[in-house]
Ligand binder design. Structure first.
Ligand SMILES: Cc1ncc(COP(=O)(O)O)c(C=O)c1O
Length: 375
């Protein structure tokens, strides 16, 4: 059996009628940039998310740095995030001109470790960007408490966590903004690139709208800005898919539970940790080898046996050689958990269109490898 990592075409086939209808509607409207479909999707998205504003932008990276810029954060400021996120989180803070401060992650949740934050805060610190990594919310109440104590802004990078929630908190409840990516492989993905900022702040809403459109909110009037708009065609695709998001997430959770059950007796791996009471949306189902020296072997075994397993992310941010270390990016404290995560992670196929048979086949392959580890 071959088990792919993504099911983009299957998902399109399942939602085809509504997606096609929306695409046709956009095409026939003749308005493809900042047209009525974008407005319609933004209205739908803010209702769904429960924020006052939702601003469609070009991608999830832009959503972060446009938020930082709209908040006045840039050169001379420090922004804290964690070292085992996708590169774009740190990159976005760097694009905004801020110094990127990397702290460690929690060994269980893999999200930013709130207990590492205070030691990393200086008088230059302006914001914290927690990431809802793999689909599980970071410990937001602890992060918000620290941010409020030190007068810092919080931007949640929710590229991997759309439709997720905490045990007794909602995403964005005490944050300046929540950003997301709509790139195709995300839990809510368009047919290309897209992103969004959710916020309750009117000033952020109006500034980001201007920034995304060459600094213009009125014909022929411009201040500084960029080009980062969510296309109407992509908005149409997202609008159709957003109506299904709860169902799609529930299916991911169901499949994750099936993996958990199938893999519960494995000895050489740890299963993903889900914080009790949280809605973990399993953007990724990431297991880890207990022995870091065995990770590549497991990955190869799965790949050789038809399972398109991957790593997220085998090189932590501070291990990226291309980043401008020193002046613009700095490590505060040990990053041992991030390094361990990079060395041991293996992502198993996870998307709502997977079948039970495919999940069981993947679990069997992991167990076959696991059995060999135990003699
Ligand atoms: C955690 C995280 N942040 C930011 C991004 C950036 O999003 P985009 O690729 O849409 O710029 C991604 C995904 O790509 C991501 O996974």
């Amino acid at each position: 059996m071959q088990v792919p990592f993504y099911g983009h075409v299957k998902q399109y086939e399942n939602i085809k009628d509504e997606i096609d209808a929306n695409i046709k509607r956009v095409l026939m409207s003749g308005k493809y940039v900042q047209g009525p479909m974008l407005t319609e999707f933004e209205e739908q998205a803010k209702e769904y998310f429960g924020s006052k504003y939702a601003i469609g932008v070009g991608n999830g990276t832009d959503a972060i740095w446009l938020s930082l810029m709209a908040l006045g954060i840039g050169a001379g400021d420090e922004v804290i995030t964690h070292a085992n996120t996708f590169f774009a989180t740190a990159e976005a803070a760097w694009i905004a001109g801020a110094k990127v401060i990397l702290v460690d992650s929690d060994p269980k949740t893999k999200c930013i470790d709130p207990t590492k934050l205070e030691a990393a805060i200086t008088d230059k610190t302006k914001a914290i960007i927690p990431v809802h990594l793999y689909g599980q919310c970071a410990d937001m109440p602890a992060i918000w408490d620290i941010a409020e104590k030190h007068n810092l802004l919080v931007i949640e990078d929710n590229a991997q966590g759309i439709d997720g929630a905490g045990a007794n908190f909602k995403q964005g409840e005490r944050s300046a903004a929540v950003t997301t990516s709509y790139i195709i492989q995300k839990n809510l993905g368009c047919f290309g690139d897209g992103g969004m900022v959710f916020t309750d702040r009117e000033d952020l809403n109006s500034t980001i709208r201007r920034l995304r459109n060459h600094g213009s909110d009125k014909r022929d009037k411009h201040s500084y800005g960029f080009n980062s708009r969510l296309d109407d065609l992509q908005a149409g695709v997202l609008s159709a898919k957003m109506k299904q998001i709860t169902k799609l997430t529930d299916r991911r959770i169901e499949l994750a539970m099936r993996y958990n059950e199938g893999l519960k007796d494995a000895k050489a791996i740890n299963l993903p940790y889900a914080t009790p009471g949280y809605r973990h949306v399993y953007h990724l189902y990431v297991i880890e080898t207990k022995d870091a020296s065995k990770r590549d072997e497991l990955l190869k075994y799965l790949n050789d046996n038809g399972v398109d397993a991957k790593t997220h992310y085998s090189v932590a941010i501070h291990q990226q050689e291309g980043f401008p270390w020193g002046k613009e990016v700095e490590i505060r404290g040990s990053l041992e958990n991030a390094e361990k995560n990079a060395a041991t992670c293996v992502s198993l196929p996870m998307f709502p269109e997977l079948t039970e048979e495919e999940i069981d086949y993947v679990a069997e392959q992991v167990l076959a490898w696991d059995a060999k580890q135990n003699g």
